[in-house]
Design a protein around this ligand. Sequence first.
Ligand code: 5MM
Length: 332
Amino acid sequence: MDSCREIAAQMVAPGKGVLAADESIGTMSSRLEKAGVEATPENRRRYRELLSTAPGLADGASGIIFCDETLRQTFTDGRPFAEAVHALGILPGIKVDTGAKPCPGLPGETVTEGLDGLPGRLEEYAEIGAAFAKWRAVYVIDVERPSPGAIRSNGNALARYAAACQAAGIVPIVEPEVLMDGAHTIERCAEATAAVHADLRTELELLHVDLAGIVLKPNMVIEGKDAAEQCSPEQVADATVQVLRAWPDELAGVAFLSGGQSPERATANLEAMQRHDTPWPLTFSFGRALVDPALAAWHGEPELVEAGQAALAERVAANATAVRSRDPLQPA
Ligand code: 5MM
């Protein structure tokens, strides 16, 4: 348990965030194809190696989340991904959920699956070298949703996952994502996110999950992507921190997902959060807001690997700088 606390603290150390490169095979394949790259296991491997070996990545990234396929692949030089990123000073993590699936009894809502056999899988991932894991629950907003059933089903699954991870000595990233889909207001997002978090805290407590040994990965509290007006970074930061204040001080840290925001907006919102005095660090665990520019710059061309890496390094550095602005000991 103590090792979970130490690793969680490393993951959210000042000036550091986590790169989410754990797209499932289906998601990664469609993103590659959209970028004009053939969706093969080798191209998915090349892309993850490009990301992992971006020069200076360890300056701003404490960890990288991979999916099962990547964790079983190797760098071009034959070293397994976990071993190779460890050597770069970066913690390897593994997405262990098997996806958000339609929830029986709750049309239009999902429950994330993957609990069957989880303790055995975690044992194997620990042997392969994973330091932390990730599980993402997904909640939609509309007039009647997220429903109490979806909130409770997903909260319980997140807690069971987190408890299993800590028993295996692996830090759980606990990701309750309230989607930006829709035209809802920031106030409605705050209401839904608060309800999701309240249930999640109860479920985590019931299963004796040590909050000092988890990293919470929530959505920012923000208007829906089809809303008429976009909120300012200050409005997003105020609303987000207000919802997060219900979490106890012992929580190791908060690492936000980007949720479909532009890379620049996600960074500006993260930067605005730093002006709030909170008992836990507020950092990033972005996927698209870090990797989209890299994929666009690379688009599968061997001679553009450096351009892709430069695009990733630029986004990681921007977010690391934003996060560093809260620490008076670090230059902003
Ligand atoms: C990288 O995307 C992750 C996995 O997605 P799928 O299993 O659906 O392919 C995803 O969980 C990601 O870690 C989070 O949603 C954060 O990513 P964004 O892009 O929202 O920052």
